[in-house]
Design a binder for this molecule. Sequence first.
Ligand code: G
Ligand code: G
Ligand code: MN
Ligand code: NA
Length: 257
Amino acid sequence: LNMEINLRNAIAKNELQLYFQPQYRAKDRVLCGAEVLIRWFHQVDGQIKMVPPNHFIPVAEESGLIVDIGRWILRTACKQLKTWQQEGIPLPQVSVNISARQFSDPDFLEMVENALGDSELAPEHLELEITESMLVGDIKRIELQLKRLKKMGIHLALDDFGTGYSSLSYLKNFPIDVLKIDQSFIREMTNDSRDANIVRAIIEMGHSLGQKIIAEGVETEKQLGYLVGRECDIIQGYFFSPPLPGHKMTDLLCSER
Ligand code: G
Ligand code: G
Ligand code: MN
Ligand code: NA
């Protein structure tokens, strides 16, 4: 409850910050996007402590605060990318995590439209990350919502792919552009042939459905080599970069220009 009260004030107190984790095209290592990851720098008695998102996002979800926080995240991400574009240091796209509660909010589509409209960011520069767990329930409503987002020109990515409970048949009906292979498969891939085989199968299946594949949590040259060999499209992970605060991301964009 304490955390909920503190979190309620976090936006107003400027305690939330966007971090950006660069994503690179596997075949030529060209920077092609960034995932937005939230950080909470909570001030207590003059001390600043970083509260990790796995601690406060669930609290934000349960309390419903995620609707306001998620709106702030999306709007801030769109504005930041637009600013980089205007400064001549463009990034092709930002990818923003959407939580289940946000996605099922009746005003979600309008919120996304407003974030794009107010920032004047073109929709093709925005990707939304949803998870398999959000694809169960009212299938007709979900399908309609995804199709409307697609029609707006936004890209859709399925995060943590392979760890949820959704049926693969959804991949046939839902307009998903990108599969993000969960870190847990990448971690053991070069030690455990079962993980390597799952990764290979996800890449082949995704490609056969016209999807791009992102590998997350790539930390080693060996993992990168395997993924490049299997024609994985995009690489994200500590091998290239951890999530960076905005000013560090600006430095990186300038150096890659
Ligand atoms: O960045 P980190 O690895 O600490 O993130 C931990 C978890 O928090 C991940 O599952 C990630 O999806 C989630 N998370 C990070 N940033 C956001 C965000 O902006 N919105 C939502 N809904 N979840 C986030
Ligand atoms: O659930 P989601 O995929 O959105 O969460 C991404 C999380 O993974 C973030 O907390 C991010 O900080 C973390 N992360 C990003 N790259 C790596 C990596 O190479 N190794 C590990 N262990 N974690 C990573
Ligand atoms: Mn994600
Ligand atoms: Na993930």
